[in-house]
Design a protein around this ligand. Sequence first.
Ligand SMILES: [Zn+2]
Length: 209
Amino acid sequence: MIETAAREAICRLGASLFSRGLTFGSSGNVSVRLEDGWLMTPTNVGMGDLDPARLSRLDATGRLISGDKPTKESFLHQVMYDGRPDAGAVVHLHSTHSVAVSCLADIDPEDVLPPITAYYVMRVGRLPLVPYFPPGDSRLAEAVRPLVGRHHAVLLANHGPVVAGTSLAAAAGAIEELEETARLHLLLQGHRVRTLTPAQVEDLRQKFG
Ligand SMILES: [Zn+2]
């Protein structure tokens, strides 16, 4: 992606996510892969207040070469890019419904959300739960690393989702689908639910996976 366009796109996405309540305070972070490095949202800045000129610009080795200091969660982005050569962007949110689901006691850590809708299956697929680690703990990166080759989306327990996509639009679309599915899942708690059948899920994976 051309750097100037990428800077604008990150700030537009940040403002959009913030205005819709998908991120709040200074939580959440976004990165885009460039030909020779990355653009990343800076630490301690709300996603609604991003300035294209002050985004963290990292070189191909991950060193900051211009802009403000990158998010403290930059290691999560790096792990996703390391494991997914096709990833063009990564989005991480503390979005309410996804975090709520990540705190439920009886979830399947191999695949957190049931296949409620076709778009969830197509855009997110299987969603593994990563065990809880406190902020900044490098063991979190090591817990995410083995999952990344097989999954472009992971849910950090008691924390939030991290999603990679081939483009910024793809990563944003997938994390928004994840958040909406988490919301539906919570709405359906206590109801008898008819999820997609394994055959219907397999059919979607064949056609769109
Ligand atoms: Zn976080």
